[in-house]
Design a protein. Structure first.
Length: 402
């Protein structure tokens, strides 16, 4: 009897050891290879941004959202016709929601016809296609076209402005308030360079097909051919976005350009002249393209690790990002980026798809430059009673013996 007891005890210890080795080796096999490697490539030195003769400015990369240069970017300033970026964004939303279409016509009101400032030269009571009005706003900066579109979408310009402010709140544009669809001077109309960069980024990423309107250099209506006032269009990848000018606001320019897989957005507000805003924007874009690069580090919905899942129908669940992760860093340093993955030590089923289970930190020169939540890329329902009991036993042994 004693010999039988000793024999069973030895078998139990052996089973525990083998189980410990199995759980350790299987866990080690779950992590997938990272996308980074150490490199001896030398980084290009990055100078300070160019000096800009404007009240406020900001330069960002559109895909990553990284700010590359800024000065007084949060102060509230009159936007003038830069307001129309939000006007066009709301039109794109209406088109996406199919509440309007490009080919339908709208009857021009007396209010729209009488609107002061830059004009498309539409006439009261005439019917104009939505697409022509869009061109009148984007290319000709027509205030009359802006009011006509606002009334067509929301019934009145005031109702449309309410939609504009709701959208600004959704975008967390904390230093923005609209009072009209045109940008005509009003004490309560203001925005900031940072908020305009946020809005422009949303326009480009959320409505890429509609964004193509902004690269048009000319538009003619009623026999009157007018140029786009953005003099940088076609220069070094520039394909948008909007100019603005009033005596109160000075000269403003929001520009975007794409080159070598990187898209920049530059916002300049309060410049003293058209030449100044154009030249300063050109210098900002040159600075961004010359000294920075953007790469997609992780692709959305692609497994980064396979997380061991206990008491589930599946032993593992793939873990990754819900959205693409882009990095914008000084040129020559991309291969120096390191990824640190932190996933919950013990994950139990059930797990829902897109449930947050960890975090990935990307660092450069020992400084974290991006942190993103890791989510389950698939669901994992609770397993059978046998699976639950078996996994509970394994976890208990794992806790006892490490």
């Amino acid at each position: 009897m004693k010999k039988l007891f000793l024999r069973n005890a030895r078998l139990l210890v052996l089973a525990v050891v083998l189980l410990h080795q199995w759980t350790a080796s299987s866990a080690a096999a779950l992590e997938l290879p990272t996308l980074t490697q150490k490199s001896n490539a030398k980084a290009i030195l990055t100078p300070t941004p160019p000096s800009i003769d404007a009240t406020s400015y900001i330069l960002i990369e559109a895909n990553s959202g990284k700010v590359l240069a800024e000065n007084e970017s949060d102060i509230r300033l009159p936007p003038a016709s830069l307001t129309k970026i939000m006007t066009i964004y709301m039109i794109s939303e209406a088109l996406k929601n199919e509440s309007i279409n490009l080919n339908e016509k709208t009857k021009i009101s007396t209010k729209a016809w009488r609107t002061e400032g830059s004009r498309m030269f539409i006439e009261a009571d005439e019917e104009v296609e939505v697409y022509d009005l869009i061109q009148g706003v984007v290319v000709q900066s027509g205030n009359d076209a802006s009011v006509a579109l606002a009334e067509h979408v929301a019934g009145t310009e005031d109702a449309f402005v309410d939609l504009m402010n709701q959208q600004a709140e959704i975008f967390n544009m904390k230093d923005t308030h609209f009072t009209n669809s045109t940008g005509l001077p009003d004490p309560d109309l203001y925005t900031s360079a940072r908020d305009l960069a946020i809005l422009s980024r949303a326009l480009i990423l959320n409505h890429p097909e509609d964004y193509q309107w902004h690269k048009e250099k000319w538009f003619a209506y009623n026999g009157i051919r007018q140029p786009n006032r953005n003099r940088l269009l076609g220069y070094d990848g520039v394909d948008g976005i909007k100019t603005g000018h009033t005596e109160e606001a000075g000269f403003g320019l929001v520009t975007s350009a794409e080159k070598e897989g990187m898209r920049l957005i530059a916002v300049v507000m309060g410049s003293p002249s058209d030449d100044a805003r154009t030249e300063d924007t050109r210098r900002l874009l040159a600075y961004g393209f010359r000294f920075f690069e953007t790469e997609k580090y992780y692709q959305a919905q692609q497994p980064i690790v396979l997380q061991r899942t206990w008491q589930g129908q599946q032993k593992t669940v793939p873990v990754g990002l819900s959205e693409d992760l882009y990095l914008t860093i000084p040129k020559g340093q991309y291969k120096e980026v390191k990824a640190t993955i932190k996933v919950s030590e013990t994950v139990y089923a059930p797990i829902d798809k897109n449930e947050v289970v960890g975090i990935v930190n990307l660092s450069l020169n020992d400084e974290i430059i991006s942190s993103q939540p890791l989510v389950a890329l698939a669901s994992n329902k609770k397993g059978s009673l046998w699976t639950q009991v078996s996994d509970s036993t394994k976890l208990r042994f794992k806790k006892w013996f490490g």
